[in-house]
Design a protein around this ligand. Structure first.
Ligand code: SF4
Length: 601
């Protein structure tokens, strides 16, 4: 059941006094309790600010987010990359300091930039970092924009881009001055250092903040904050500005993203960065409407986050945490998967946006959902908005308004406040089985690349097949890939089974090890694979697999080989017995040959 979205749930709306009280309580609580997350402060500006007073501190700030691999390979290259990034950052600052309608104080950053360029330049150094914890995340084939089920409602066709363009002439003089300053080069103090330079005051421009917020928001979709932190830090160290990201190779982007899951997000970020650089000179649009309309992969939630957090626009946002908090605050019993109920949450979020601190208010709502109003064990006793919470005070518990009637289940009143939010039962994920071959020649393994579109687009994987492949085609392909002529005699050693969960698929991987000992030319076989399967292929050394953009599921499959090797070593003294067992397996007619491996099940 759905209802007219024009009927905006009057019984559940905030009155002006209620909204003001909640704003005050939430902001006070947020100021005292907000977590120190890397994207809550300007990343580049923090590094530069530190470097103005203490080179060692600046070094540490940058090092903290610099990828280990990059430094292991070439510290010089890293410095060069940082230099070009910072040069481009100056362009961001010039563009971002333009006056914009509706912005709080467009002259402030401009003055800051001028003063900074006149009086000081700062150096930014780079050195080796600690390695971050690689954490895996569940992956998905979801191609939904913004990965956000809550962003499905209304979408404005209006854009404020014409307003932005109208400001070009006003800033012409400022841009000319900036160019002249840049042409003069670094000051004597900076010249004494070999480090790249950037005018102070540029890096904390709204445009740069928009890029930093944008990356963090895309990463945090469907992924826990603790998982995102090391990925975000490595990303910002590698591509500190949108110009750096626009110049990156998709392969490289996938490598940095690998393990974070939901890979289509990385691809869209990369594509959007290129578009923003070419179409908007690197400046993300300033309003939620324009962001949603112009930036691929930015849905309603992300647009609200960028507009309010980076540009201080009074834009609401609604994510899972906000849905939970609002539905409890106003005892909204409707199905949160229905359009009208989603829209009602957006209306409630709009009523709470603070005119002077929109970004902080939005973050306080999300933070309350993350730390206090949690899904199963909310801390109502210490909640700053307890006095306003209808779920806590069991107000409108039996509401029969049109919105609440969109949910047809039976309320579990014993669940207290956790009976909200209510949603329809989720469909179980589809079951799928694939067969994965870890094909090894020497110390190298064969990888093929997935298509550029669809599930895990562009990632590398071990050759695999499901049930729907034509058997003869697959067998022929394998013979050519391995360059062994008759593939029928090859044996596969089973390594076992591993399960990987996508958002809508429960995938069981049956994993096999194929060792090729003679007659292989890795280049030829990779070329053959590319030609026959119409997919790029390469042989990668075992130690280099971590450097490739390999999906988390395939990494799990590969881990089975490590476990098997450990077992083999542990059974060292029983080697003769094991060899005998292998011989038995090889002669076992039930053991799969490489031909049968690819046959239809
Ligand atoms: Fe959530 Fe409890 Fe606070 Fe209500 S009182 S908003 S249910 S934590």
């Amino acid at each position: 059941m759905d209802v007219d979205i024009e009927d905006l749930g009057a019984p559940h709306r905030f009155g002006a006094d209620d909204a003001q009280a909640i704003q005050t309580q939430l902001l006070a609580w947020y100021d005292a309790n907000k977590r120190d997350l890397p994207w809550r402060k300007p990343v580049l500006a923090a590094a530069l600010a530190a470097s103005t007073t203490d080179t060692a501190t600046a070094t540490a700030v940058v090092a903290d987010v610099r990828p280990e691999r990059e430094f292991a390979s070439s510290s010089t290259a890293a410095k060069t990359s940082a230099s070009s990034a910072i040069t481009r950052q100056a362009r961001i600052g010039r563009k971002s300091s333009r006056a914009r309608p509706g912005l709080p104080s467009p002259t402030a950053p401009r003055r800051s930039t001028r003063a900074a360029a006149r009086n000081a330049r700062v150096s930014l150094s780079a050195t080796s970092p600690p390695s971050g914890d690689e954490q895996s995340a569940r992956e998905t084939a979801s191609e939904a924009s913004d990965s956000d089920a809550y962003a499905a409602a209304s979408r404005s066709d209006e854009s404020d881009l014409s307003d932005l363009d109208d400001d070009e002439d006003d800033e012409g003089d400022a841009r000319s001055q900036s160019r002249r300053r840049a042409a003069r080069g670094p000051t004597a103090a900076a010249s004494s250092s070999a480090m790249p330079t950037v005018p102070a005051g540029i890096a904390d421009s709204p445009g740069q903040r928009a890029y930093e917020v944008w990356v963090s928001e895309i990463m945090c979709q469907q992924t826990q904050v603790a998982t995102v932190i090391p990925y975000y830090q490595r990303w910002m160290a590698k591509w500190p500005t949108i110009f750096d990201l626009a110049k990156a190779d998709l392969e490289e982007v996938n490598q940095v993203w690998a393990g974070l899951g939901y890979y289509s997000r990385a691809k869209r970020l990369h594509e959007a960065a290129k578009l923003i650089v070419t179409k908007f000179d690197g400046d993300l649009p300033r309003t939620a409407e324009a962001l949603e309309k112009e930036v691929p992969g930015v849905g309603r939630y992300t647009a609200g986050a960028i507009a309010s957090l980076a540009y201080q626009q009074p834009a609401p946002l609604v994510d899972g945490n906000v849905i939970r908090v609002l539905s409890r605050l106003r005892a909204l019993g409707g199905d949160v998967k229905t359009k009208s109920v989603i829209e009602l949450h957006w209306t409630l979020a709009t009523e709470l946006v603070h005119p002077d601190r929109p970004g902080d208010l939005n973050q306080s709502l999300m933070e309350l959902g993350a730390l206090v109003c949690t899904p199963t064990n909310p801390s109502c006793a210490t909640c700053p908005v307890q006095s306003q919470c209808w779920a806590y005070h069991t107000k409108r518990a039996d509401c029969q308004c049109a919105h609440c009637k969109t949910w047809s289940g039976t309320a579990d009143k014993d669940a207290g406040v956790t009976q909200y939010p209510r949603k329809s039962v989720k469909k179980p994920p589809r079951e799928e089985t694939i067969h994965v071959a870890l094909v090894q020649a020497g110390d190298k393994f064969l990888l093929t690349q997935r298509p550029k579109r669809g599930l895990l687009a562009g990632l590398w994987e071990f050759p695999n097949r499901g049930e729907l492949v034509d058997a003869q085609t697959a067998v022929d392909a394998v013979g050519q890939i391995l360059d062994v002529g008759d593939s029928a005699g090859l044996k596969l050693e089973s390594l076992g089974t591993v399960v990987h969960l996508f958002s809508h698929i429960r995938q069981t991987m049956e994993v096999y090890h194929v060792v090729i000992s003679t007659g292989l030319d890795p280049v030829d076989t990779a070329d053959a694979c590319t030609a026959v399967l119409d997919a790029p292929a390469q042989w990668v050394a075992k130690d280099g697999l971590d450097q490739e953009a390999v999906s988390t599921g395939m990494k799990k499959a590969f881990a089975l080989l490590g476990k098997a090797s450990k077992k083999t070593k542990a059974a060292g003294s029983a080697a003769p017995a094991r060899a005998s067992k292998r011989a038995k397996v090889a002669s076992d007619p039930k053991q799969k040959s490489i031909s049968s491996f690819f046959k239809r099940e």
